[in-house]
Design a protein around this ligand. Structure first.
Ligand SMILES: Cc1cc2nc3c(=O)[nH]c(=O)nc-3n(C[C@H](O)[C@H](O)[C@H](O)COP(=O)(O)OP(=O)(O)OC[C@H]3O[C@@H](n4cnc5c(N)ncnc54)[C@H](O)[C@@H]3O)c2cc1C
Length: 505
């Protein structure tokens, strides 16, 4: 038989491994493995596996409606395949490349050597415009566009000979051994599944996209006005090519609001770019893009970290964002960046701890985008402009009426809008009238933003301006940047370096 091994590709359409397996002249087993080694990674939290479970259940019920079966099991991947290899003559294992954490790469290596020992063929296909073993970006953009523009795959299920696992194997690897929380659904979170993904896509293209650019940073609005497809893309409930082509079709018909959809496509293109970075340099999970910046040693202060990660910093936009993430798994781009710059600069916390905590919170946790963005916001590339997001200014600009902040911080509901961004300035009688005593009902700020950030920045720049940091850059450009941008980057680097040397003299 052939096996289709599903990973971050939880869909039944536009799926090359599935097509290839179905075309073979052998029965096909459709398989998802909940692997405890992957599930135990600190970046993962139950919300991720609930989404996966919902997506799988939707696939399973659609297949069952056709009289076909789908198997999800719980166990170490190697052990599962050892059993299957003993039991069946496996013609081939068909799967997608997963741009994942180190743990998933380790898993793949282990099973690959098992397959080699047993002469089991392993066919791994690329997706999301990411290429394995790519060490630079020559031709990458062209390759991406040709993938986006190529036809999506229509699967022919009419002759599908899908087989089920024998009951004794299902018993050994029974998913009911997993925590019962993974089987639950929480209506505050997006629900997994391919049909759900299509619903979200079509509601975006019906009318939600009309305010996309206008509200892109406004936390109260982006819940509706951004596409909200990131989690579906992260778990492969829909292919990025299907999304791209639906957007292009819409752009061909609607000539009124092209800029919104153009803005959207730019972000969709970033996706593969960041994922390719992690595929090219797997150590980005642990080390800065610019290795010399390892010298920017941040602290781990449990009290400060806990205050940040539990939404108790005394800075309302930070606390509201963390609390909304806790409850829904979603924050828009700007709020994520604000959280990171506050954590890694203002309170100077270890970026890896920050990355792990946010990964647990983000329902759409996608390792490539996540670590790429963490490096950018925490200043770990050594060439991006440092942009620190002042939480007071962010609230005043992007939550001007306080709708978002008051939604997630009910203790501030009666606080007059002029004090909302800096509630510690409320006179005591206003605090009393608002039912919010600072230091009692809502925390005092954990640090003074201006002072703490100034100290952090000066420390950071002392490290960033070391010659070694400059000198590491050309190799980074070569590896991760699009060839068309490299000359500009090199030129800027040269100027910066010269200015720095002059200043040092
Ligand atoms: C520190 C940090 C961590 C992040 N971690 C993740 C993550 O784990 N998973 C994730 O999907 N996004 C991540 N993002 C990017 C971005 O915030 C989310 O993709 C976006 O908010 C998801 O909402 P949406 O689907 O409505 O986005 P839209 O604005 O509708 O964007 C469209 C799609 O483009 C992609 N995208 C959007 N912004 C970016 C970006 N800056 N870089 C790369 N791709 C992008 C996503 O797939 C998204 O679905 C992170 C951003 C920051 C600052």
């Amino acid at each position: 038989m052939n096996i289709v091994w599903f990973k971050r590709d939880l869909r039944l359409s536009d799926h090359l491994p599935l097509q290839m397996a179905l075309q073979g002249n052998h029965p096909v087993l459709l398989l998802y493995i909940f692997d405890p080694l992957i599930m135990a990674q600190p970046e993962h939290s139950p919300r991720h596996w609930r989404f996966v479970m919902q997506s799988l259940r939707e696939m399973k019920s659609r297949l069952e409606a056709k009289g076909l079966s789908f198997n999800m099991i719980y166990g170490a991947s190697k052990e599962v395949f050892q059993h299957l290899i003993r039991l069946y003559q496996i013609q081939g294992i068909y799967t997608h490349l997963e741009v994942g954490l180190k743990a998933s790469r380790d898993r793949d290596e282990v099973v690959l050597s098992l397959f080699k020992e047993n002469r089991t063929k392993y066919y791994q296909f690329e997706q999301d415009t990411v290429e394995k073993n790519r060490m630079d970006r020559k031709g990458w953009e062209e390759q991406r566009m040709s993938y986006f523009d190529s036809e999506t795959i229509d699967l022919d299920w009419s002759k599908a000979d899908i087989i089920d696992l024998p009951s004794h194997i299902r018993d050994i690897f029974d998913i009911r051994q997993m925590d019962s929380g993974y089987f639950e659904t929480d209506s505050n979170f997006q629900i997994g599944g391919e049909l759900q993904a299509r619903k979200v896509l079509s509601s975006f293209l019906d009318d939600r996209y009309l305010s996309y650019a206008q509200f892109i940073s406004k936390p109260y609005h982006t819940v509706e006005t951004c596409s909200r497809l990131s989690t579906y893309l992260a778990y492969g409930c829909i292919s990025i090519r299907e999304v791209y082509q639906a957007v292009k079709r819409k752009m061909d018909t609607a000539d009124l609001d092209l800029p919104n959809l153009e803005q959207y496509l730019i972000r969709l293109f970033w996706r593969g770019h960041y994922m390719q970075k992690l595929e090219t340099d797997a150590d980005l999970q642990f080390q800065p893009t610019n290795r010399e910046l390892i010298q920017v040693e941040r602290d781990f202060d449990e009290e400060l970290f806990e205050a940040w990660s539990n939404g108790k910093t005394g800075y309302p936009i930070i606390d509201a964002t963390i609390r909304s993430l806790e409850a829904t798994g979603y924050a828009n781009f700007r709020m994520r960046a604000t959280l990171v710059t506050f954590a890694t600069f203002t309170i100077w916390q270890d970026w890896k701890e920050v990355a792990t905590r946010l990964a647990q919170l983000f329902l759409d946790f996608e390792p490539g985008i996540h670590y790429g963005q963490m490096h950018l916001q925490a200043g770990l590339t050594g060439y991006h402009t440092l942009r620190l997001f002042n939480p007071t200014a962010q609230l005043e600009k992007h939550d001007r009426n306080g709708q978002f902040t008051k939604q997630w911080l009910p203790e501030l509901r009666e606080v007059p809008i002029r004090y909302l961004s800096q509630p510690w300035f409320m006179p005591y009688d206003v605090q009393k009238a608002a039912g919010c005593i600072i230091g009692q009902d809502y925390p005092e700020p954990i640090v003074d933003y201006e002072i703490a950030t100034r100290i952090a920045k000066s420390h950071y720049w002392r490290m960033r301006q070391k010659l070694e940091v400059f000198d590491a850059l050309p190799a980074i450009f070569e590896k991760h940047c699009l060839p068309k941008n490299i000359p500009g980057y090199l030129k800027a680097l040269e100027i910066n370096r010269e200015e720095y040397l002059k200043a040092r003299k």
